[in-house]
Design a protein around this ligand. Structure first.
Ligand code: PAF
Length: 273
């Protein structure tokens, strides 16, 4: 596996590739969720490029940018054992220049939910993803459904900027007890780890209600909030897949999103119905 650190190295590597290229952008601290994206890319493409870059522009003042988990040696091993062709690991000054055009995510969809708590976060995500797609020129790029709003905004960017890449949404990977995998789960102590299960349990409650015929969104949200009561809930939302509000569940066009703080750790989870 090649480790690439500069734009010239990535360009030379990419331009020599023949056939399809899968790209998996990450911020490192790789877990089985990332691995499932990498494996899907390996299965579906002739070559796979993974990037590891803790992108400063998507963190707000006071967020965990400087504490964000770093496991470089383990990450390199995981990618190499998985069969990744190249790992792109740039420094910040390779990715960013002092003067750049602004990339702004559409405010009505980027300043709600995650973007309400983290204003500007998605501008930073789109800015780096656009650069990474431009550099790696993939046939397919793989993103987890766990970051549902990010996935929606990236799909929207690809569509509206006419980028020639196929965005592949990948299923959420969960622990056996239902906890969605996240690099931030390592911040949880044993007690908090148990409390964190309430997020996926609230989604199971919603599933049961929908299976039994409930379609009223306010009723389902109320039931979910009951489950989440012990936590500091930031939002419980049920939207269509364009992230617009609706009053009743529309099957195959619904996403249920939840965000709660467990201790100091913000956790998100969601379910696509
Ligand atoms: O989902 C992530 O890990 C990041 O937001 C991404 C897509 C790698 C951009 O920095």
């Amino acid at each position: 596996m090649k480790i690439l650190k500069t734009i010239n190295e990535l360009n030379a590597f990419r331009n020599a590739l023949k056939g399809t290229v899968g790209f998996v952008p990450t911020m490192g601290a790789l877990h089985n969720g990332h691995l499932s994206l990498i494996q899907k890319s390996l299965q579906e493409n002739d070559h796979t490029i993974v990037s590891i870059f803790v992108n400063p522009t998507q963190f707000l003042e006071g967020e965990d940018f400087h504490q964000y988990p770093k496991k470089t040696d383990a990450d390199i091993k995981i990618c190499s054992l998985a069969g990744v062709d190249a790992l792109f690991m740039p420094q910040s000054d390779v990715m960013y220049a002092p003067l750049e055009p602004s990339i702004l995510a559409p405010a009505s969809k980027a300043y709600i939910l995650e973007g309400f708590a983290r204003p500007g976060h998605f501008d930073g995500v789109l800015r780096v993803v656009l650069k990474l797609l431009h550099l790696s020129k993939p046939t397919h790029a793989y993103f987890g459904k766990k970051d549902a709003q990010q996935l929606y905004l990236i799909q929207n960017m690809v569509k509206t900027l006419f980028l020639e890449v196929n965005i592949v949404p990948c299923e959420i990977v969960r622990e056996e007890d239902g906890l969605a995998l996240s690099s931030r789960n390592i911040y949880l102590d044993t007690e908090q780890r148990k409390e964190a299960l309430l997020l996926s349990q609230s989604l199971q409650t919603a599933t049961r209600a929908i299976i039994s015929g409930q379609r009223e969104i306010d009723v389902i949200k109320q039931e979910m909030k009951e489950v989440l009561r012990p936590l500091h809930v930031e939002y419980v939302e049920i939207l269509n897949r364009d992230f617009d509000t609706m009053r009743t569940i529309v099957l195959s066009n619904t996403v249920i999103l939840v965000c709660a703080k467990v201790g100091q750790t913000r956790l998100i989870d969601n379910l696509w119905i």
